[in-house]
Design a protein around this ligand. Structure first.
Ligand SMILES: Nc1ncnc2c1ncn2[C@@H]1O[C@H](COP(=O)(O)OP(=O)(O)O)[C@@H](O)[C@H]1O
Ligand SMILES: [Mg+2]
Length: 571
């Protein structure tokens, strides 16, 4: 036997090496057990199990309540007529049979930027491999990263697409695909695909071993043309939902709503691993209402904890408070730069500028993975500073392996890109807004929110003082012409934190009408900031909107079960 294996290898190449289910699990366990923690000390790894904190996940149930004639008489959109109910759920029951006793085969896990979609996808891989999740349900669970799909130019088969999941030199074999009903594919970050997948454009394919353009392969998987009976879990920001829907058959929806008040506390303890420090940091945050509210987003918790840890190590007072997402990101940036560029202001400025240009270059084309050539174009070498904000990973392009880079989180690319835009010409900003355009709910949403945030006078001062970038707020008024009286405008105005600016924006509207919206705590905060800056003659109508009341003890977003919401009558 010992002699036979090498002979086989010699004849067929390494490709025929097979992986047993046990070996596959062991490999996944190894690959997913740690995550890299970006902070002042590079290359620090933490255990995913030890860091992962419970997230609130709700399942969405849609029920058609109103009658067909109302669509016509009131002229409302179909979607608005669906009564939207939610109930708390967990990852372990996502594929359990529903009321009709059918297991959903396609589950879409939605969530805002940094809310924990990728973390959850990785945790599912880990828990499955460790024998803690979906044991009877799935023989194999595969992870597909949409970001990496953007770079594939050569034709690939379904099996090629899964290569990243396997140990080096091992390929998926026919046996693995023989029982598709025992397979789960986790497709992470649908919103990060740079080209729009459209069913009309691609012809679907059903052979997992036949090479086709990667779009065809992915569409065929989403559409269940290939491996029909397999299960899919797709994560995405809600901004890409419409496009995603067009590609799916009978999907079910769940949404990650972030950390409850108690989860936030638990996160701080997991992060610091030291009772005293965790309590000190948590109490500080708890006393700042806005900061604490924003901590429902895990990435905000992570930024705040990272910055506080550094402040504690430098024996500084925990002084800085932030009210907006923009200021949290800016705080992180200045804090990391302070640690790394103690003596060279000029160097930190040039490096930062290069990073911002790289980010901005990518943002409109939705380029999220950068190759060595892109870095060279911006004169970026991989010195410490870049490795603080850029992740390196290996990508198998055709037959060769290449290093590729992405920002530590997509939201950081969006933030850096906005910094570049806020420092560039009016024309540049306007071209961005033109693409952002009338729909608002698109891939530029966070970028535009950051833009409002950065054009705040204090932020501009911060940028000038700490990062030595000079800019002006002259373009600010231009931004308003792209908005109507809509919820997203209120968020942008809140992000700007300027009362005068909010007043002049709100002056444009006599009447503001919000209908069929489930208002989160953050929505309410943004809304009340804007209402405060309205004059007495303006009216606000909230029709069939639901509100989330804070829980009695823990405070903040979604702390209690989000099932029952009072309906506000029109005011
Ligand atoms: N459940 C969680 N427990 C602990 N940290 C989390 C959790 N979810 C997210 N994070 C932190 O937030 C960051 C962003 O989360 P990620 O999953 O990448 O967000 P996205 O929803 O954009 O994919 C992670 O790198 C991690 O630091
Ligand atoms: Mg992600």
């Amino acid at each position: 036997m010992l002699e036979v294996v090498p002979l086989w290898l010699e004849y067929y190449g390494e490709d025929v090496m097979e992986v047993t289910p046990k070996k596959y699990r062991e490999h996944i366990l190894e690959e997913y057990q740690v995550i890299e923690d970006r902070n002042a000390r590079l290359g620090e790894y933490v255990s995913l199990d030890k860091r992962y904190t419970k997230l609130l996940i709700v399942k969405e149930h849609w029920q058609r309540e109103e009658k067909e004639h109302e669509i016509i008489t009131r002229g409302r959109k179909h979607a608005e007529l669906m009564a939207h109910q939610t109930s708390l759920t967990t990852v372990s029951v996502l594929f359990d049979p529903d009321r009709n006793r059918e297991s959903p085969r396609t589950v879409v896990l939605l969530g805002a930027a940094g809310i924990g979609k990728t973390m959850t996808a990785r945790k599912i891989m880990l828990d499955w491999a460790a024998g803690k999740l979906y044991q009877k349900k799935f023989d194999y669970v595969f992870y597909i990263n949409c970001r990496k799909i953007n770079l594939v130019t050569a034709q690939q088969s379904m099996a090629d697409l899964l290569l990243n999941n396997f140990p080096d030199g091992v390929r998926p074999t026919k046996e693995i695909f023989e029982k598709p009903e025992k397979l789960l594919f986790i497709i992470d970050g649908f919103d990060e695909l740079n080209s729009v997948l459209s069913m009309e454009e691609v012809s679907l394919w059903s052979d997992p071993f036949e090479k086709k353009p990667v779009k065809t392969v992915l569409c065929s998987l989403l559409r269940k043309e290939v491996l029909q009976k397999s299960f899919l879990l797709i994560t995405s920001r809600p901004t890409a939902l419409e496009k995603l829907k067009q590609n799916l058959k009978f999907p079910c929806y769940a949404e990650i709503r972030g950390f409850s008040g108690d989860d936030r506390k638990e996160y701080f303890h997991k992060f610091f691993g030291d009772e005293k420090k965790a309590t000190q940091a948590f109490n500080f945050v708890k006393e700042n209402e806005m900061l604490f509210t924003m901590c429902f987003v895990p990435i905000v918790c992570w930024i705040i904890c990272t910055v506080m840890k550094q402040q504690m190590e430098r024996k500084e007072d925990l002084a800085q408070t932030s009210k907006t997402t923009t200021s949290v990101y800016l705080l992180f940036l200045t804090s990391l730069l302070t640690d790394h560029f103690t003596d060279s202001v000029q160097q930190s400025k040039t490096t930062l500028w290069k990073l911002c240009s790289l980010a901005a270059d990518g943002i409109l084309e939705r380029k999220i993975l950068f190759e060595e050539g892109d870095l060279k174009k911006h004169n970026l070498s991989l010195s410490t500073i870049h490795t603080l904000f850029l992740n390196k990973s290996i990508f198998q392009k055709d037959t060769e392996c290449e290093s590729v880079y992405s920002f530590i989180h997509l939201s950081f690319q969006e933030f850096f890109a906005t910094m570049k835009k806020s420092l560039s010409s009016k024309k540049d900003v306007n071209s961005l807004l033109k693409i952002y355009g009338p729909s608002k709910n698109n891939y530029l949403m966070l970028t535009v929110r950051f833009l409002f945030g950065l054009l705040n006078k204090e932020r501009l001062n911060d940028m000038e003082k700490k990062l030595h970038c000079k800019t002006s707020s002259a373009i600010k008024l231009d931004l308003l012409k792209w908005f109507e009286a809509e919820l997203e405008l209120f968020h942008c105005l809140y992000e700007s934190q300027e009362e005068e600016f909010a007043k002049s924006a709100m002056d444009n509207f006599q009447e503001i009408r919000l209908e069929h919206i489930r208002l989160s705590t953050m929505d309410e905060i943004a809304l009340s900031f804007c209402v405060k800056n309205c004059c007495s003659k303006q009216s606000l109508y909230l029709c069939n909107c639901t509100v989330v009341l804070p829980p009695p003890s823990s405070g903040g977003e979604e702390g209690r079960g989000p099932t029952m919401h009072p309906h506000l009558p029109p005011s």
